[in-house]
Design a protein around this ligand. Structure first.
Ligand code: UDP
Ligand code: UDP
Ligand code: UDP
Length: 460
């Protein structure tokens, strides 16, 4: 805590987990808190998995010299998962005990600590031991949170064993969601990383001082209501929607895509599967055929490897010479990190073929860009379901999970035309943009939620 003109100011420390999907909302929250006079210490697990993460951190500290950086040096550990980001989450968790001295040494003393839901089971016992109010930033949808919070009850009640006979996930009398939306590892009988994390982290999150979530009330009214009304858990920690977490200025400074400036308003489809999803090579090529056949203009971000540092192949090797020549006629194709916010906020962009990582969904809502949903893994079908129900986009459910089937170029082209030609969807997306801006604007639901939290921290 520090004081300014006699008033106490909150000092909050933030600890993200691994991958851009988890880091980005923390960076944006840090910038938002600074703008509201909160003193921020940003704890950075070191090293990061990808180059992009370390670059994003450098940009934050260069743009906000008032944010204090504390490096959290990770211990070495065994790699149990095939997924480098999951391994890193494990590594941060197993280094958790080193956090205690780091937090206690911060001056002025902390008012609150905010960490990612994937780190809850390691961090909450530490903050409890030093009586530090601990909050969770949930970086997926509130709908996903209903599943996350009820998972131990589900597993404990053997409801998962009975799933073969039913198509919906139920806890007590509440129908949570169709089984087909649930990340497959959570339904497996055998142990796996996601199941273990959901069990451990969910149980600890319940003991936290509160949960912040990057969504907004009008977008996920039903799920937020179910949680806060005690339908999912009898005594849930309070869940506060503070999104969409807006991009901060320095994120928007590097527009490399002058090509977009020459395209007609709303004519371009932006195609990206986020920071950590690489489609299979044959599916990448069918997608290329689909983009060309659709007749739409497009910006296509091709991703060939999960982690940037391991990707040495040239774009032409990935998509082939012939396709490369043809895509260049109608679109822009890149195989590197792009500033997604620059693209989604560009007036030429009218649609987004997206895997529905939650940050991408919030960014589409923020910019009023309609989505053609193509979820691949994890929470993405749950998120796509939210997108479809609220009217921000369309979703072809039969495309299935990643690798389940090869979706043909012809089918992709047809759906792109359907999405880009859909005038009512375009208008609905613009309405959602207005709602998103209202939520974070002065007196909006997300603005009020964050203001109340900060005034609580100011008193601590
Ligand atoms: N992103 C970006 N450029 C890229 C790929 C991704 O700026 O080339 C950003 C995107 O805007 C979002 C985040 O990285 O903020 C990805 O998070 P999301 O939840 O959408 O998906 P994930 O990568 O976790 O699957
Ligand atoms: N990337 C990744 N994981 C992340 C962030 C980015 O795999 O967490 C990918 C990104 O989508 C891109 C590649 O890594 O395909 C290279 O991005 P980067 O900007 O780090 O390297 P550059 O190509 O600029 O050298
Ligand atoms: N998740 C979690 N704990 C973990 C790993 C993942 O709660 O240790 C969440 C994750 O954020 C998402 C869902 O589980 O809501 C599916 O994870 P995914 O495979 O998509 O990984 P992510 O890209 O979110 O790291």
């Amino acid at each position: 805590m520090s004081s300014s003109g006699g008033r106490k100011l909150a000092h909050v420390a933030l600890l993200p987990s691994a991958g851009m999907g988890h880091l980005t909302p923390f960076l944006r929250l840090a910038a938002l808190l600074v703008a509201r006079n909160v003193q921020v210490t940003f704890i950075t697990p070191h090293p990061t998995v990808s180059l992009t993460e370390s670059r994003a951190l450098s940009t934050l500290f260069a743009s906000f010299p008032q944010i204090k950086q504390k490096q959290f040096h990770l211990l070495q550990a065994e790699k149990n998962s095939f997924d480098p980001f999951f391994n890193h989450i494990e590594l941060i968790k197993s280094s958790g005990h080193l956090l205690s001295p780091l937090l206690s040494a911060l001056t002025p003393s902390l008012s609150a600590f905010i960490t990612d839901m994937t780190l809850a089971s390691a961090v909450i016992p530490i903050t409890q031991a030093i009586s530090l109010p601990n909050y969770i930033l949930f970086t997926s949808s509130a709908k996903m949170m209903t599943l996350f919070l009820s998972y131990p009850a589900l597993a404990g009640s053997r409801a998962l064993d009975d799933l073969e006979e039913t198509d919906v996930i139920k806890i007590r009398n509440l129908e949570l969601m169709p089984k087909s939306l649930v990340p497959p590892p959570l339904l497996q009988k055998s142990d796996n990383f996601l199941k273990k994390s959901f069990m451990e982290d969910s149980e600890k999150v319940i003991e936290s001082s509160g949960i912040l979530v990057n969504t907004f009330v009008s977008f996920e009214f039903e799920s937020l209501g179910k949680i806060n009304d005690g339908e999912v858990l009898e005594r849930p920690p309070s869940v506060v929607a503070i999104g969409p977490l807006p991009p901060y200025d320095s994120e928007k400074s590097r527009l490399q895509l002058a090509w977009l400036d020459d395209q007609p308003a709303g004519s371009v489809l932006y195609v990206s599967f986020g920071s950590r999803t690489a489609l299979a090579r044959d599916q990448i090529r069918e997608l290329g055929v689909g983009l060309i056949t659709s007749g739409s203009r497009f910006v296509w971000v091709v991703k060939n490897n999960i982690v940037d540092k391991e990707d040495s192949q040239e774009l032409e090797e990935v998509i082939g010479h012939e396709l490369m020549e043809r895509v260049k006629e109608k679109g822009l194709i890149v195989k590197s990190w792009v500033q997604q916010e620059d693209i989604l906020s560009h007036p030429a962009v009218g649609g987004f073929l997206s895997h529905c990582g939650w940050n991408s969904v919030m960014e589409a809502a923020w910019n009023g860009v309609r989505i053609l949903a193509w979820p691949q893994n994890g929470d993405q079908k749950v998120n796509a379901d939210v997108v479809e129900r609220i009217g921000l986009g369309i979703w072809v459910r039969s495309w299935g999970w990643s690798g389940e089937k090869l979706v043909s170029g012809a089918e992709i082209a047809e759906r792109i035309r359907e999405c880009m030609g859909n005038e009512s969807l375009r208008i609905q997306a613009l309405g959602i943009k207005e709602d998103a801006r209202k939520a974070v604007g002065f007196g909006g639901s997300s603005d009020k939620g964050l203001t109340e939290l900060i005034s609580k921290w100011n008193q601590f």
